[in-house]
Design a protein around this ligand. Structure first.
Ligand SMILES: Cc1ncc(C[n+]2csc(CCOP(=O)(O)OP(=O)(O)O)c2C)c(N)n1
Ligand SMILES: [Mg+2]
Length: 819
């Protein structure tokens, strides 16, 4: 690995005491004038937030507030906003002072008004959406469209400039942030983490991302825990545990926490300015120290620094009315959404909203035309230094296509179909190794402790696994751990998926592999990313295309016979087919050459989620590389070597999708062709699952003519499918021959079985498939009675053999395509 033993000491770079309270109370970094302006800018942000929540007219309160100025339906969230705007204003100061390259992720993305108001005030919003101009008319539109039919959503949706994190589904902010920071050495990613969000599983585990961030080659993440005390209707755990425990928690997680606590804006600005500046300087010192040491001695192993983080303890809904009808409002969960819900019907409450908005003194903040006054405008950074205009948050602007090797060079030599067994994923691994070598700073591979198990370990030849923690001597014996490694492995599918999304959203490329059963853990993250992609791709021309999210699903259900029932779940494909056809792709390559062709296509593509299903164990190989390319280009096709319908109409169509189902279907065909030689069989293999859909419902869909030509209009189709059978019905229900399509798939039958026994339990095995054909082809019903009996005997004998010997019969395990 070329790393020496020199270990750099814990980098700190801190010249100020790490006693957070002392730090924040004593230091007064802002002059009176700076403080005044920062507070004014913050008031402008907060004013815009409240305006977005309430107003459809009279945006600058140039006339007394009336009911008709208020939106008829009040939707959105206030509670999170003021703490987030406060954070942003302070980040702006440091971006300007230190020329930082910085993006901002809003964990509680329901606090979008904070992000939107800042984007509007720094001018980016109007540049992208010119009708939301920086004047009274534009402000009125900007306010009205928020969380309004025909307008924008109430979270940090793709429409939000500067956002790569929607934050609607809580839990992924920190992993997205770290993903953005990897291989971006000059970037600082400020991540506001909700204290409620912190209670989610994904967020809780993502704090460990710091163990994978190398200060020499990666950027920095500055987590800001937004301890506003409440969620929707409850206090948060972290706000109520003793402060010492809170501090110890974060120290235990490897951070240096700094507390900024209070509610008096004047005091809080000084505290935040002081703490945040200290954090930024500490980040820079850590980086400078680590980078200098690496330059002086490239074999230095950088120690994991104790990165700074901020605990921002402020009242939820800070600066809104203290009480409403005798109930505490500011500093309580009641401030979470719309603090005052009935100003249209309750004049006293209307007055209260007006007083609240006027408390920000808009007349001091905006000029006659409704523009932010120049002295405040000058507070924001300019150009691409503006957080909402930072190109990292529109990653397609920075994306460069991968430098790809020729995938044909990794081909398995196939002389005759179905004679040799090879692991498809191990074949792919060699290609991925070379993709990584050619793109070492812009391509990462992610896997939850399974890269080797999934037979992708050849990748370690290009780069070992990132590991910033202690290494023991035995780790160097096949452990492939290194602080300079770029293969990402942590046993958290959530964190990995978050990293990958963050990495890809900021313009880079990645590849995720997972055991099939456990990819369900990220169902919801897939859903959210798919929604993000759909909006970005179809509606937002200003968002440049980012690389596709590539998911390899392996360790498949049909080879989880040894792990048992819990490891058998091919249902992720069902989840994927719920999402937009414009951005979803599912591939089931039947052999290694097809997998290479599919993977090459996926790695080059943009704006999709590509799901590839391929088993890791050795399987028969069928197609030469040229045939594989042809087959994968078509996505579905007749395999002539297995068919004997000779261009005529077949008696039955044997269809299949998935590597293992393909083998069983072929074995069934071999049995039938030997025992029922007059039977005309057509063999159809599906690689690209969405080819089955109608052409008007999916861009890859087939026309009815094509479908009928392949599947006939009235002959039985015995479809052996990798996953749950119903999915094939869902995709084909409108086809003319649908009533004759009989699908076999996983039926939740499994335990510790042999592979054949598992297939038998689910009737996806060769014998049951052949039985299906006999039962459904009219002319076989009478003539194939002996074969029928033989098949049934085979099933009984196979199961008995498995139960006696613990393995399948040699004629099954050693089966080859015989014709
Ligand atoms: C995973 C998930 N579960 C539940 C919700 C519903 N929800 C929206 S906001 C919220 C409370 C969030 O509290 P916190 O993170 O503290 O944010 P803030 O106080 O800044 O509003 C909840 C539970 C969600 N958005 N995501
Ligand atoms: Mg909260």
């Amino acid at each position: 690995m070329g790393e020496g033993s020199a270990v750099q000491g814990k980098a700190s770079g801190s010249t100020i005491s790490t006693d957070a309270k002392k730090l924040s109370v004593d230091a007064q970094p802002l002059s009176a004038e700076e403080l005044r302006r920062m507070d004014a800018y913050w008031r402008a942000c907060n004013y815009c937030c409240v305006g977005m929540l309430y107003l459809q007219a009279n945006p600058l309160l140039r006339e007394p507030l009336k009911a008709e100025h208020i939106k008829n339906r009040l939707l959105g969230h206030w509670g999170s906003d003021p703490g987030q705007t406060f954070t942003w204003v302070h980040l702006n100061r440091l971006i300007k002072k230190y020329d930082l390259d910085l993006i901002y992720l809003s964990g509680p993305g329901h606090g979008a008004p904070a992000t939107l108001s800042n984007s509007y005030l720094e001018g980016v919003y109007s540049e992208i959406y010119p009708d939301k101009s920086q004047d009274a008319a534009g402000m009125q539109k900007f306010f009205k469209q928020f969380s309004f039919p025909g307008g924008i959503g109430s979270h940090c949706t793709p429409e939000t400039p500067g956002s790569i994190h929607e934050g609607g589904e809580l839990g992924y902010s920190l992993s997205h942030g770290f993903g953005a920071a990897f291989d971006n050495p000059d970037l600082i990613v400020a991540v506001v983490v909700g204290d409620g969000e912190s209670e989610t599983g994904p967020l809780a585990t993502s704090w460990h991302s710091n163990k994978f961030l190398n200060p020499v080659r990666d950027g920095a993440v500055l987590p800001i825990l937004h301890l506003n005390g409440y969620k929707i209707a409850n206090p948060t755990i972290l706000a109520r545990i003793p402060p010492e425990e809170l501090e110890m928690l974060f120290r235990g997680l490897g951070y240096t926490p700094y507390v900024v606590e209070g509610d008096d804006p004047a005091v809080m600005h000084q505290k935040m300015a002081s703490v945040m500046e200290h954090c930024v300087l500490e980040i820079r010192a850590i980086q400078a120290g680590a980078r200098e040491a690496a330059r002086a001695n490239p074999s230095t192993i950088p120690a994991r620094p104790s990165w700074p983080m901020i605990i921002l303890r402020t009242p939820k809904g800070w600066t809104c009315p203290k009480e409403l009808d005798g109930h505490k409002l500011e500093g309580s969960w009641r401030a979470h959404q719309i603090p005052i819900t009935d100003p249209v019907t309750n004049p006293a409450h209307l007055k209260l909203v007006e007083q609240w908005m006027r408390s920000y003194r808009p007349e001091e903040l905006f000029d006659e035309a409704g523009r932010l006054i120049p002295e405040l405008k000058a507070m924001a950074p300019t150009g691409t230094s503006r957080i909402s205009g930072n190109p990292h948050a529109n990653g397609g602007l920075l994306r460069k296509p991968l430098d790809m090797p020729d995938f044909r060079e990794y081909a398995v030599k196939v002389e005759r179909p179905g004679q040799i067994e090879v692991s498809s994923t191990a074949t792919l691994a060699v290609m991925l190794r070379d993709v990584m070598r050619r793109n070492i700073t812009s391509f990462r591979v992610f896997g939850p402790d399974e890269t080797a198990s999934n037979k992708l370990d050849a990748i370690y030849q290009a780069s070992p696994k990132t590991w910033m923690e202690e290494r023991k001597p035995e780790d160097d014996d096949g452990g492939f751990l290194s602080a300079t490694g770029r293969v990402m492995e942590m046993l958290s599918e959530h964190t990995l998926e978050g990293w990958l999304e963050g990495y890809v959203l900021t313009g880079r490329h990645g590849f995720f592999s997972s055991y099939e059963a456990f990819v369900h853990i990220i169902d919801s993250m897939f859903n959210q990313h798919a929604k993000w992609l759909e909006k970005s791709k179809l509606e937002l021309t200003w968002r440049e295309p980012i690389s596709s999210l590539n998911l390899l699903i392996t360790s498949l259900v049909w080879r989880q016979d040894h792990n048992g029932f819990t490891h058998q779940d091919p249902g992720f494909l069902d989840v994927v087919t719920n999402k937009s056809p414009e951005i979803t792709r599912i591939y089931l390559p039947p052999d290694a050459n097809c997998l290479l062709s599919v993977a090459d296509h996926c790695l080059r593509s943009t704006e999709y989620v590509n799901v590839i299903v391929a088993d890791k164990t050795a399987h028969l190989q069928y197609l030469t590389m040229e045939q594989a390319i042809d087959h994968c280009t078509k996505g579905i096709g007749i395999w002539d070597f297995a068919s004997n319908d000779d261009g005529a109409e077949p008696d039955v169509v044997m269809a299949c999708a998935g590597d293992i189902p393909t083998s069983e279907s072929l074995a069934a065909v071999a049995i039938l062709r030997e025992r029922c030689p007059k039977l005309k069989i057509r063999f159809v293999n599906v690689v690209d699952l969405f080819r089955l859909m109608p052409e008007n419902e999916h861009p890859h869909g087939m026309s009815d003519k094509e479908f009928d030509a392949l599947f006939t209009v009235d002959k039985p189709v015995i479809f052996n499918f990798h996953a749950y059978a119903f999915l094939i019905h869902k995709l084909t229900y409108r086809r003319r021959n649908h009533e004759n399509i009989h699908v076999r798939g996983y039926k939740e039958k499994g335990n510790i079985n042999t592979p054949l026994e598992l297939a038998i339990l689910n009737q996806t095995d060769r014998f049951n498939l052949a039985l299906d054909v006999i039962d459904r082809v009219p002319k076989l019903r009478e003539t194939a009675a002996h074969t029928r009996e033989w098949l049934k005997d085979q099933i009984v004998e196979s199961v008995n053999y498995a139960h006696e010997n613990g393995i399948d019969r040699p004629e099954i395990t050693g089966w080859k395509w015989p014709l």
